[in-house]
Design a protein around this ligand. Sequence first.
Ligand code: SAM
Length: 160
Amino acid sequence: MSRLDLFIDRMVSQRACLDHAAGLIRDIPGPVFELGLGNGRTYHHMIQILPDREIFVFERAVASHPDSTPPEDRLVLGDVRETLPAALGRFAPGACLIHADLGGHNLDKNDAFARMISPLVEPLLAPGGVIVSSDRMYFDGLTEQALPPSAVLGRCFIYR
Ligand code: SAM
């Protein structure tokens, strides 16, 4: 598979999983978290599909497209290894949807990072909430869910 193939599979899977998750959390109250703003593509999509939700973005350095930059009061700036534990009190009883897209090009590093932050992410999820992630994550109390038909196995993960 070429890098272009992998990139396309990731984009298609992110969109399919976010659209699917938006349906799953319809009756779950709470805000939505975007972990990793990047260019802001997935954030922009989440704004469109979840227009009535407060979406908070966790990012260490904002470099997004101007159309896809969250307002200051919805931005949690800093390293997620610090900002996620600090967010516990502020956002109790948690987010209904957490989208985690914090990885780079090195798959081994992504996996190590996902292992490290999984226990920081899990307590921020509201009861019945859903996590969509570009990397496999390692949760004690959540179960991996089936992907929607148009997502590619291994390019995106859903936990509930
Ligand atoms: N979802 C984005 C999009 O659709 O444009 C792409 C996100 S990009 C793959 C990953 C982002 O995660 C980068 O902007 C990077 O700065 C951020 N990031 C990586 N490690 C982080 C950390 N430890 N704390 C906060 N942000 C981090």
